[in-house]
Ligand binder design. Sequence first.
Ligand SMILES: [Zn+2]
Length: 64
Amino acid sequence: MPLPKRKYAKARQGERRSHLGVKAPALVECPQCHNPKPPHRVCPTCGTYDGRQVIEIKSPKKKE
Ligand SMILES: [Zn+2]
């Protein structure tokens, strides 16, 4: 089985994995309550999507 001749330094390992970092989650402003929410998701604060009520919010956050 072919094997690498030398050990890869940890710095070079990081070069290879440069695009594997954790990114901040994408957030857009809700058109109803103007709180940040993930795009293409029901708003977790007011429970609306596309201008209509979709889910009931059981524990309302005091941010409105
Ligand atoms: Zn909302």
